[in-house]
Design a protein around this ligand. Structure first.
Ligand SMILES: NC(=O)c1ccc[n+]([C@@H]2O[C@H](COP(=O)([O-])OP(=O)(O)OC[C@H]3O[C@@H](n4cnc5c(N)ncnc54)[C@H](O)[C@@H]3O)[C@@H](O)[C@H]2O)c1
Ligand SMILES: [Zn+2]
Length: 365
């Protein structure tokens, strides 16, 4: 079946007091980027920012689509991977945009995974003090997580996402067909964020995932849409991380981030480290929030269905994980804000979780 030309599109409007933008999810949307953008952004010049792996797969179609409705796109391609997410690279992109004559009436299209989403969004936030950003995510993780919520950032030598801005996109376009070229391991790591969403907010989706078989476009479209709704609803309650509501999205991330750091960002993909962090958060939840052990077992089963790791290699430096947890920004004046789940479908921030609880959970991994 050639689904590229079968366009079926679902839209969700993401809104809050200060912003409002649609996320379109469907098949065959890549060919329609121009048409869709024109409806929302009656501007002319734009930069398409992509990476060297994604660009050969989709950029020409996006460029053609934009040109066909009268836009003047400038293509900017950077090396693929996290190491490109730097202030230096963001600066180089801005220089190229200046050289191409893009002014404050122009906009940015980010075409790629979360790395491209984050750096292109950051560029859009600072270029001429802020121009519109269109997100065209090409990984599952970017579709269900990083393209929604307006967090943009680059890394420094000391850590990830230390420099950034909140800059909501003007439009998000998710073409699930592009996921066909995504390597299996990258595809699966997106499910760690999806399973996280299910645990903190959607017990029904958790059950559906237990029966998940299809990777066909329609099932994927509905899944992506549902996850966008979950994330955007939580973000709308607390765009700037001030009330603690957005913190629920950090479920599994205190230990997950620490594992990424302890593995020098090479051993595990983000979603894989998150998977381990979720298992640890379930253990802490059993102790501190009355989470039923049987539900923990169901979580582990589900993560394994997507080939996500649920235990650490024997020789992994567990003490490095604990040191990394200590430096985590979620420690505020010596206290840990740790997200726990009392049952699948619900979550809250606990203030009584100790470092020993976390150590115990990590030792059990
Ligand atoms: N802003 C946020 O709220 C937020 C949330 C979560 C994660 N993030 C960030 O997202 C980044 C991780 O995102 P990611 O996992 O998408 O990584 P990524 O952007 O590095 O993409 C993963 C790999 O897949 C390749 N790729 C992308 N799309 C492809 C496709 N369709 N076919 C084949 N290959 C493809 C990329 O070139 C890259 O090599 C991290 O930098 C993280 O900090 C941000
Ligand atoms: Zn994450």
């Amino acid at each position: 079946m050639d689904s590229v030309h079968t366009v079926s599109v679902a839209a969700v409007e993401i809104r809050d007091a200060d912003y409002r933008y649609p996320a379109l999810v469907g098949s065959g949307l890549i060919e329609q980027v121009g048409k869709r953008v024109r409806k929302w952004l009656p501007r002319k010049m734009c930069a398409i920012i992509s990476d060297k792996k994604v660009a050969p797969l989709v950029a020409d179609r996006v460029e053609r689509s934009l040109t066909s409705v009268g836009f003047k796109p400038t293509m900017i391609t950077i090396p693929a991977g996290e190491k490109s997410k730097t202030l230096r690279q963001a600066g180089a992109i801005c220089e190229q945009m200046i050289a191409a004559g893009l002014d404050r009436q122009s906009f940015v299209v980010g075409l790629g995974g979360g790395v491209i989403g984050d750096i292109s969004g950051f560029v859009a936030a600072i270029y001429h003090r802020g121009i519109p950003h269109v997100q065209v995510p090409t990984t599952l993780l970017a579709m269900v997580d990083s393209s929604i919520g307006g967090k943009t950032a680059v890394n420094t030598a000391d850590g990830k996402n230390l420099i950034g801005a909140v800059h909501q996109p003007s439009l998000v376009i998710d073409d699930v067909d592009v996921l066909k070229t995504l390597p299996r391991r990258e595809f699966n790591q997106g499910f760690a964020e999806i399973i996280k969403h299910a645990i903190i907010a959607d017990g029904k989706m958790f059950k559906q995932l237990q029966d998940w078989k299809a990777s066909e476009a329609l099932a994927l479209q509905q899944l992506v849409l549902r996850n966008i709704k979950i994330k955007s609803k939580i973000v709308a309650k607390d765009e700037r991380d001030q009330t603690g509501k957005r913190a629920l999205l950090n479920f599994g991330h205190t230990v997950g981030h620490a594992i990424e750091r302890a593995g020098n960002y090479r051993k595990f993909l983000h979603g894989e480290a998150l998977s381990l962090g979720i298992v640890a958060a379930c253990a802490v939840s059993i102790k501190r929030a009355g989470f039923p052990p049987r539900q923990r077992d169901a979580v582990i089963d589900l993560l394994q269905r997507f080939d996500l790791p649920t235990c650490l290699p024997k020789n992994f430096p567990r003490n490095k994980i604990i040191s990394a947890v200590k430096f985590d920004k979620k420690f505020q004046s010596g206290k840990i804000r740790f997200v726990v789940t009392p049952k699948i479908g619900a979550a809250r921030v606990a203030n009584d979780v100790t470092l020993d609880d976390i150590r115990e959970a990590v030792d059990a991994l």
